[in-house]
Design a protein around this ligand. Structure first.
Ligand code: NDP
Length: 503
């Protein structure tokens, strides 16, 4: 049994918000009740801002997973599975109210545990979570099948969209609260029972949410939350025949493992994986806009977003100016304590992940021209490895590792191009195809490039999609597959009814 050492938060006594963190291990939510792991095991939530343990969390094992699946199965096959869309919408509205009421606490936990700047957690993660709950509350009440005209006029067709049953959602660490809430909202709206597995590196906000959810009036097992390592908890969920679908967001390696395991049961899987997303800046682009959005695209959430624009292709006529301006903007970004309201970029998720990013920076120094960043901070507050400055490498050729491999940190690689076909060829020369972007003031160029780019999302003269709910997508190639939005959690059933002549 792994048991984490008790956590001392008294060292932060000067900030009253630390008192929000429970001294007791955050429990699992199984079968409608909060409980510690069957064997009493716990693990520490470690803050990337100082690499210290800040809370303990119950560490689920196979026994806990089996109990969670049984509880979810009962809910899906019982009362929750029989709810109407209106009833499900009501639950989603209640969850939204709970999150709104506890927004300050959840934002604090997300900031200290995942290293996300607290101001951005409020205006981004919390609001996306609320938007998702209310959006899917609406969708739950408007589920529609279709009716096709049959070749035999004596037969009437109609299609039902039904819940799958039990859906296990394996969450990433780069946006634990909003990704978790958004996916949970869609799973529930579709009428499924949800088993949520947050990533160990960033579980705290979701474990606190689990405590709040346990107080809501819903059939036991409607929502379960089990934290613990992917190879144990995640794989137990994949292997349990009581789980009808696995939905996963994370890296290619874990995604591949899940596919292999799920294959033996022909279990439904959806994968949202990574990207090495190209950003094409043409010589006729509005450079102010291109620099602004490219900075956000490359460095947003410290580069830890699957749709970050981590390689930028710039047409030769504006290449030098763009490199200079993007580097200056990157260097001016405020990197610091996620609890500071002025911080724009926090630390990366963990010292382990930081090692990987620093290794890539070392590789980049041999592959391209370092223009800004690339060195550890000298001041005391940011001396630990998780604080990484926005780093720009110019003159990187397409075959270089930093141009091809997903770094998932604040590191961007640039190279010049001459013609649009050349830009497209380089942009599409990747095993990924999640997102892409382009900047031009010429409509013909925008159409040519956006049609040619092999990516699920194409941003034109901006970066990031404002409508992930309204216009969901997944990527090409190794960026994943398995459906989008609420429909991916549903099963279509076609009913064919023969009608006779009236007697
Ligand atoms: P992982 O892919 O390992 O982790 C994502 C989730 O999967 C976590 O909840 C993890 O659990 C779980 N998991 C890990 N292994 C298994 C398994 N064998 N079976 C079931 N679940 C599993 O992410 P990493 O932290 O390793 O990151 C690797 C890379 O993935 C990143 O560098 C980045 O390139 C990419 N990534 C992409 C994301 C995206 O949004 N598309 C998000 C995060 C990462 P636990 O961590 O608790 O062990």
């Amino acid at each position: 049994m792994a048991t984490a050492a008790p956590v001392r938060t008294d060292r932060y006594a000067d900030d009253p918000r630390w008192a929000l963190i429970s001294p007791d291990p955050y429990p699992l939510l199984i079968g409608g009740s909060l409980r510690q792991a069957a064997d009493g095991a716990t693990f520490n939530a470690v803050s990337p801002r100082d690499d210290r343990a800040i809370a303990r969390i119950a560490l689920a094992g196979p026994t806990d997973v089996a109990a969670a699946v049984r509880g979810a199965r009962d809910a899906a096959d019982g009362d929750w599975g029989r709810t109407t869309g209106r009833q499900r919408a009501k639950l989603l509205e209640q969850i939204a109210t709970v999150i709104e009421t506890h927004a300050d606490e959840l934002a604090f936990l997300e900031a200290v545990d995942a290293g996300k700047p607290i101001a951005s957690v409020h205006y981004s993660d919390i609001s996306i979570s609320l938007d998702a709950l209310r959006f899917f509350a609406g969708r739950a009440q408007a589920i529609a099948g279709r009716a096709a005209t049959m070749p035999d006029s004596s037969v009437i067709h109609h299609e039902y969209l039904e819940p799958l049953g039990v859906v296990a959602e394996i969450l990433p660490w780069n946006g634990p609260l909003w990704t978790g809430v958004q996916r949970m909202a869609a799973i529930l709206a579709a009428g499924n029972a949800a088993i949520m597995k947050p990533a160990q590196m960033a579980s705290l906000s979701f474990m606190r949410l689990a405590q709040l959810l346990a107080e809501l009036d819903m059939p036991p097992g409607t929502i379960s939350v089990v934290a613990g390592p992917g190879p144990v908890v995640g794989e137990a969920l994949v292997g349990d025949p009581g789980v009808d679908m696995i939905s996963f967001t994370g890296g290619v390696e874990a995604g591949t493992r899940i596919l292999e395991l799920a294959a033996s049961q022909v279990k439904r899987v959806s994968l949202e994986l990574g990207g090495k997303n190209p950003n094409i800046v043409c010589d006729d682009a509005n450079l102010d806009g291109a620099v602004f959005w490219s900075k956000l695209g490359a460095f947003g959430n410290t580069g830890q977003i699957c749709v970050c624009g981590s390689r930028i292709l710039v047409q030769r006529g504006v290449y030098d100016e763009f490199v200079e301006r993007l580097s200056a903007e990157g260097a001016a970004m405020r990197v610091g304590d996620p609890l500071d309201d002025d911080t724009e970029l926090g630390p990366v998720i963990s010292s382990g992940h930081a090692s990987k990013v620093w290794e890539y920076i070392g590789v980049g120094k041999g592959e391209g021209r370092l223009v800004t960043g690339g060195e550890r901070y000298a001041d005391a507050e940011r001396s630990i490895s998780t604080f990484i400055p926005p780093t720009v490498f110019a003159d990187v050729s397409p075959e270089c590792r930093i141009m091809r491999e997903e770094i998932f940190g604040p590191v961007v690689a640039l190279q010049p191009f001459d013609t649009l076909p050349e830009a497209l060829q380089i942009a599409n020369d990747t095993s990924y195809g999640l997102a892409s972007g382009l900047f031009t003031s010429n409509l013909d160029r925008a159409a040519y490039l956006s049609r040619g780019l092999k990516a699920g999302q194409v941003y034109v003269n901006q970066w990031f999609s404002p409508g992930v709910l309204e216009a969901p997508s997944h990527g090409y190639k190794q960026s994943g597959f398995g459906g989008v939005g609420m429909e991916k959690y549903m099963q279509a059933k076609n009913v064919f009814t023969r009608i006779g002549e009236p007697s």
